[in-house]
Design a protein around this ligand. Structure first.
Ligand code: MLT
Length: 206
């Protein structure tokens, strides 16, 4: 079989009722980073964990950054389609149902999960976006996210995500019909216990 386009890890699930998770790490992370989080959030879920294919001075990411919070929309769009095509190939290869696939993304990984929802909504059933910002300032197409659920967890002391971005991103996704839950925690860019608790409840509530 030909290699898939992203280096990735796959763990089989043990519970067919638990949704498969797509784990998307932050800048400088890799395919190992979010496995413990995925196991803790939804024991029994299959886990698909790619490594970002863009290098920022050696730090893996899912799309390039021109500066803090500055992106090239054309490059982000191209990377989003690359990841969506990987998801199609990898879910077929590993026997997963992408209509059930939930992304759990942190930081840069949350940002590409959001652009997947905006540009390739068929790739995901929903998403847990941990510390996401607006990267592509364009609403999801009307109806494209109907029936999909998103948890958007932000930190009130986050120095990277501007304060108005969680609500703006929620509006862009709601334009497509997504049900978006905003969770705001007194935390920085790093995850806090309240984020984990909210994500667990979100994933269990199906
Ligand atoms: C990004 O570049 O996606 C965001 O700034 C988050 C980060 O990676 O720090």
């Amino acid at each position: 079989m030909p290699p898939l386009s992203y280096h990735h890890l796959f763990e089989h699930g043990s519970d067919p009722n638990s949704p498969p998770l797509l784990l998307l790490h932050g800048t400088g992370g890799d395919e190992h980073d979010l496995l413990p989080l995925g196991r803790a959030l939804s024991p029994g879920s299959a886990l698909l964990s790619p490594r970002g294919n863009v290098s920022e001075r050696g730090a893996p990411r899912f799309f390039a950054r021109l500066g803090e919070g500055r992106f090239d929309p054309a490059e982000v769009t191209q990377r989003t389609h690359e990841l969506a095509d990987f998801i199609t190939a990898a879910t077929t290869r590993h026997g997963l149902d992408c209509r059930q696939l939930i992304a759990v993304g942190f930081s840069n990984g949350a940002n590409i999960a959001a652009t997947l929802l905006q540009l390739r909504p068929e790739s995901l059933a929903g998403a847990v976006l941990l510390r996401a910002m607006v990267v592509l300032d364009q609403p999801a197409a009307a109806g494209s996210l109907a029936g999909k659920r998103v948890l958007l967890a932000s930190g009130t002391g986050d120095p990277i995500v501007p304060g108005d971005h969680p609500a703006r991103l929620a509006a862009l996704l709601r334009a497509g019909g997504a049900t978006v839950t905003l969770q705001s925690t007194a935390a920085s860019h790093g995850l806090a216990a309240a984020d984990i608790a909210a994500a667990k409840i979100f994933l269990a509530d199906r």
